[in-house]
Design a protein around this ligand. Structure first.
Ligand code: HAM
Length: 559
C-alpha cells in the first residue's frame, strides 16, 4: 500500500482550448484602442454596428462560402444539434384527419395535443401553452381545461359568453401520457395521432466569418426594402479549425464591414469599392500601421469566372499530374483556388496559367477601371495582383488584401475582402450587390505590438497611444481603523471621475508605497489625524512632493 494513501489527489489543471487565448488586462488596452479607433472611423464613413449570432446554420456557410473551400470543407466547428419536435408536422397530420382549425396544447412533460377551435395562449416560463377558446368560451369550460394545465394562470385567460365546444385533445403516439396528477376536463377526449413528429437534427456551427451572417440578417430583416444603402460593421470572434501558429488561431477576432443594398441604392457602384478601400487606408494610417500594401484584383462576374474556370481547367489538365495532391483536386473541383496556392513546386505552372484580366466581360472591365480611377483620385496606392482570388467562393469583381511586413511572419494578410454581387440571391434573398472586408484583429494587434517594440529601441521613444494609464490616486489607510474612511473617500473621488485604488490598513507603509507607485500617480495617506481633521496627505510620484491638504483641495490636486 502506498504511503500516500488517503492524501488528496492533485487535480490536473485545465488550459484554454488549443488555438484559443485569454486576453489579460495588460493586453486589452491595445484591443480597446484598436476597436475604439475603428468605431470612430466607421462612424465618420456612415457605418452602423450590426451584431449577428456566433451560432449559425451550417448550410449558410456551405451555400455562401462554398463547400469546396478550405473554410467549409475542413475548418468549421460543426455539430448536429439534436432532433427537434415539429409542431408543423403534427399539425399537418391532424389537419389531414380533421378539417377543423387546431391548436396546440403543450406540456413541459412532453405531452403535446390539439384542441380544436381554441386559441393558443403562451406562457414562456414553464413552457406551457394554454389554449383559449376562440369565441365559444365560458369561464367554467376554461376553468376545467386550465385546471389541469395551471390553475394559477386562469386569470390570464380571456373569456366569452358563448357556450363551449371542446373537441378532442389529440396527442401524438408515444407522447400520450398525461403528466402525473393531471386529469382531463370532461369535455376533452384524448385521441392519438400516429406518426413521426420530429424534425431531423439541425447542423449548427460556430461562424467562420461574418459576411454570410450579415447577408442572412439583411435578408431576414428585409433591410433591402428600406431602399437605402446599408453600411454595417461588426467586431467579434470567428472560428476556424486551422493549425495554430503565430497570427493564426482557432478563435480569432475580425473587425469587418459590409456595404449592401438594392441596385437602386448605388450598391454596385465602383465608388463604393473605392470608398471602402479609402476608409481602410484611413483606418490603418490612424492606427499607425506602417508599410501596409494593398493588393487589388477583379475576379469578374460569375459568368466571367465560369469562363475563366473553364480556361484554367483546360490549361491545368495536361500538367495536373505534376501538381501537389491538393492542387490536383482543386484543378478539377475549383481551379480558381489553385491560383492562391503557396506550394513551392507548383509556382512555375501557376505563373504560366491564363490571367483573369483576359476573361473579364466589358462591364466587369469597366467597373474595375472605375475602381482604379477612383483610388487614384483619392491617392490610395495599390498593386495589381492577378492571382488574388481569395479563399471564399462568394466573391465577384473587386477583390483585395492588405499585407504588412512587420510582426506577422508568414501570416502577413492583415485583412481581406471584396465584392459579392450574387451572395444575397445564393441565400434566397433579393438582388443586393455588396462589398466588404474583414480585418484580422489579432494580426493587427501583433503588428502594432511589433512596431511598438521596434520604436521602444529608439532613444526618447514616446509611450504608444494605448499604453495603460496609471490611476489618479492610491489611498493608503494607515491603520485598519481608517479602512472605512478610505473607502468612503475613494467613492467620493471616483464619483467625480477620478480613477482610484484603495489599499488596506493592515499593510506596512513601505508596502503601501510600493503598490501605490506601481499603480498610481499619487498616494493619499489617511491616518487618524487626517480622518479627524478632514485632510489628506498627498504625495506625487512624479515630483516627489508631499503635502497635507484640506479635503476640498484634493480633487483639484489630483486632476
Ligand atoms: P478572410 O480573408 O477569410 O475573409 O479573413 C479576413 C481576415 O481575417 C484575414 O485577412 C486574416 O487577417 C484574418 N484571419 C482569417 N483566419 C484567421 C485565423 N485563423 N487567425 C487569425 N486571423 C485570421 C473573410 O473572412 C471575409 N468575410 C471578408 C469579407 C467581408 N469579404 C467581404 N466582406
Amino acid at each position: 500500500m502506498s504511503t500516500n494513501a488517503g492524501a488528496p489527489q492533485k487535480r490536473p489543471t485545465l488550459k484554454a482550448v488549443r488555438g484559443t487565448r485569454d486576453l489579460l488586462p495588460d493586453q486589452t488596452p491595445l484591443w480597446n484602442f484598436v476597436e475604439a479607433t475603428a468605431r470612430g472611423v466607421f462612424a465618420r464613413y456612415g457605418f452602423g454596428e450590426i451584431r449577428t449570432p456566433i451560432l449559425e446554420d451550417t448550410s449558410l456557410f456551405a451555400r455562401a462560402v462554398g463547400e469546396e473551400t478550405d473554410i467549409v470543407g475542413k475548418e468549421m466547428f460543426t455539430w448536429e444539434d439534436g432532433e427537434r419536435y415539429s409542431h408543423q408536422r403534427l399539425e399537418a397530420a391532424w389537419k389531414a384527419a380533421n378539417a377543423d382549425s387546431i391548436y396546440i396544447l403543450e406540456f413541459e412533460s412532453g405531452l403535446i395535443g390539439y384542441v380544436p377551435d381554441l386559441k393558443v395562449h403562451r406562457f414562456g416560463k414553464n413552457r406551457v401553452e394554454i389554449v383559449e377558446f376562440k369565441n365559444l368560451a365560458t369561464p367554467e369550460a376554461i376553468a376545467k381545461l386550465a385546471s389541469f394545465v395551471d390553475a394559477a394562470r386562469l386569470k390570464d385567460l380571456q373569456t366569452d359568453d358563448k357556450a363551449p365546444t371542446i373537441g378532442r385533445l389529440v396527442v401524438p403516439a408515444g407522447k400520450s401520457r398525461l403528466p402525473k396528477g393531471i386529469r382531463l376536463p370532461d369535455q376533452v377526449e384524448l385521441e392519438e395521432v400516429a406518426g413521426d413528429f420530429f424534425d431531423s437534427s439541425q447542423s449548427l456551427c460556430l461562424r467562420p466569418e461574418n459576411t454570410a451572417g450579415v447577408v442572412r440578417a439583411y435578408i431576414e430583416h428585409k433591410l433591402g426594402e428600406t431602399g437605402q444603402l446599408q453600411k454595417l460593421y461588426y467586431i467579434g470572434p470567428q472560428f476556424r479549425r486551422e493549425r495554430p501558429q503565430k497570427g493564426r488561431y482557432r478563435q480569432f477576432w475580425q473587425i469587418g464591414a459590409e456595404v449592401i443594398g438594392p441596385q437602386s441604392s448605388g450598391s454596385e457602384s465602383a465608388l463604393r469599392d473605392a470608398e471602402v478601400l479609402q476608409m481602410l487606408a484611413a483606418l490603418l494610417d490612424e492606427l499607425g500601421i506602417r508599410g501596409w500594401k494593398l493588393d487589388l484584383n477583379s475576379v469578374g462576374s460569375s459568368e466571367d469566372r465560369a469562363r475563366y474556370n473553364d480556361a484554367l481547367r483546360a490549361a491545368l489538365a495536361p500538367v495536373k499530374d505534376q501538381l501537389c495532391p491538393d492542387n490536383q483536386r482543386r484543378a478539377e473541383t475549383n481551379p480558381l483556388r489553385v491560383l492562391d496556392s503557396k506550394d513551392e513546386n507548383d509556382q512555375a505552372i501557376i505563373e504560366g496559367l491564363p490571367k483573369i484580366a483576359d476573361y473579364l466581360a466589358e462591364d466587369s472591365r469597366v467597373h474595375f477601371e472605375q475602381v482604379r480611377a477612383a483610388l487614384d483620385a483619392c491617392g490610395v496606392k495599390y498593386n495589381l495582383n492577378p492571382r488574388l482570388v481569395r479563399g471564399l467562393d462568394y466573391y465577384t469583381r473587386t477583390t483585395f488584401e492588405f499585407t504588412v511586413t512587420t510582426g506577422l511572419g508568414t501570416q502577413n494578410a492583415l485583412l481581406g475582402g471584396g465584392r459579392y454581387d450574387g451572395l444575397s440571391e445564393m441565400l434566397g434573398g433579393p438582388r443586393a450587390p455588396g462589398i466588404g472586408f474583414a480585418i484580422g484583429e489579432d494580426r493587427l494587434i501583433l503588428t502594432l505590438q511589433a512596431q511598438a517594440e521596434e520604436d521602444a529601441k529608439a532613444e526618447g521613444a514616446a509611450q504608444p497611444a494605448w499604453a495603460a494609464k496609471k490611476l489618479d490616486a492610491y489611498i493608503a489607510p494607515l491603520g485598519v481603523a481608517q479602512n472605512p474612511a478610505a473607502l468612503a473617500l475613494a467613492h467620493d473621488l471616483r464619483s467625480v471621475g477620478l480613477s482610484v485604488e484603495v489599499g488596506d490598513g493592515s499593510f506596512k507603509l513601505r508596502k503601501s508605497f510600493d503598490v501605490a507607485d506601481s499603480l498610481a500617480r499619487n498616494i493619499i495617506l489617511l491616518g487618524e489625524d487626517e480622518v479627524a481633521t478632514q485632510t489628506a496627505t498627498v504625495k506625487s510620484f512624479a515630483t516627489g512632493e508631499q503635502k497635507k491638504i484640506a479635503r476640498e483641495e484634493l480633487i483639484g490636486v489630483l486632476r
